[in-house]
Ligand binder design. Structure first.
Ligand code: ZN
Length: 363
């Protein structure tokens, strides 16, 4: 090999390395964590950081300056800029504004939620713009929502309603719940919105709630080094979720935002509760059954969650339509081979039927 071609190869490798380091930076991001589950909120994530802000192949933070305050953008030198609602750009010193922190947090939680699926080998690639400071919500409307804007399932945007100085993009469960709507839309585009009260809408909500747990478990799974410690932590999370509310209220004082049942209101969020509880109960019962097994037959709590998460996705992908949440659940159990586990799930299915009968529009 001539000196010239050797030099060319070195140069090419060097250039490639430069490109990789610019486009696929990996950094520790801290976010507003799942405080009610009590573990740290640091997460390592590869992403691209340029004048467009934070983005990777799946999520990007919207930097539309007209909806400020606190829309932050990054430049190559990691200097943070803050765009005000008047369009001025203020260069920020070393301390990062809350707006920037919030953008980072929202981006990180959405990615963590997606990673809880992709790390199981599930091919799912949503493409979503995140708008943490969305001001277009009507009074008393939803606190956040996913909306498909592209041609394909999973192509859309998530708006977090910003008003009176507060955005629900600050709450772990709200961000992961909304990210999960996009993930489910990508996994099964045929579940795309029906009117409120339809079982498919209710299923979307339950999937969102369950995903907040999956995202938290993903976080715990790499934060706890010792296998026994990790197993105990995940097992306690499974046990607690059945009782404890998901998404502590916006006020932060622990009201159950999504679990609240209002008898006048038979919309998707309420209708999702019976299915979500059924799914959590099955996971919990399987965990209990597992405790009594011989050491060699025992699964870890993480393996149990992964099994159920995989089963949920398998059902979603293979059942493009269903008449009721009972129908969906019945088909889901059909994918489990005959075993003590499938028997246990059938038993819980009976209880689901009773729960669903309480609200006619839930079925
Ligand atoms: Zn929702």
């Amino acid at each position: 090999m001539s000196k010239r071609s050797k030099f060319l190869i070195y140069w090419l490798c060097f250039a490639l390395l430069q490109i990789v380091s610019v486009f696929a930076m990996e950094e520790d991001l801290s976010f507003y964590g799942p405080a009610n589950r009590g573990f740290s909120s640091i997460y390592t994530l590869p992403f691209k950081k340029d004048k467009q802000g934070l983005q990777n192949g799946y999520f990007k933070i919207d930097l539309n300056r007209s909806i400020a305050p606190g829309c932050a953008s990054f430049d190559y030198e990691k200097i943070y800029n803050l765009a005000t609602s008047h369009g001025e750009t203020i260069r920020l010193p070393a301390s990062i504004s809350n707006g920037v922190k919030l953008n980072i947090s929202t981006f990180a939680i959405a990615n963590l939620t997606l990673e809880s699926y992709r790390s199981l080998g599930i091919e799912v690639s949503p493409s979503v713009k995140l708008v943490p400071f969305y001001e277009g919500c009507k009074n008393g409307e939803r606190n956040a929502f996913y909306r498909r804007t592209g041609r394909n399932g999973g192509e859309g945007e998530i708006n977090f309603c910003f008003s009176q100085g507060f955005t629900p993009a600050k709450i772990f469960d709200v961000v992961s719940h909304e990210a999960a709507h996009a993930i489910l839309d990508a996994l099964q585009p045929r579940y795309h919105k029906n009117g409120g009260g339809h079982p498919i809408g209710a299923f979307h909500e339950a999937f969102g709630d369950l995903s907040t747990l999956f995202a938290s478990i993903r976080l715990a799974s790499f934060q706890y080094q010792s296998p026994s410690h990790k197993n105990r932590k995940i097992a306690s999370m499974i046990r607690a979720e059945e009782e404890v509310c998901l998404a502590p209220g916006l006020s932060g004082n622990g009201t159950c935002l999504l679990r609240k049942e209002n008898s006048d209101l038979c919309e998707d969020h309420r209708n999702s509760v019976p299915f979500r509880s059924f799914f959590l109960r099955c996971m919990n019962k399987e965990l209990e059954r597992n405790m009594a097994l011989k050491r060699s037959e025992k699964k870890t709590a993480e393996e149990i969650v992964h099994f159920f998460q995989g089963l949920l996705v398998h059902t979603v992908q293979n059942v493009p339509d269903f008449e009721s949440l009972y129908d969906f659940s019945y088909k889901m159990i059909g994918f489990v081979e005959s075993s003590p586990l499938s028997m246990l799930m059938r038993k819980e299915l009976k209880k689901l039927r009773i729960d669903l009968e309480r609200c006619k529009a839930c079925t």
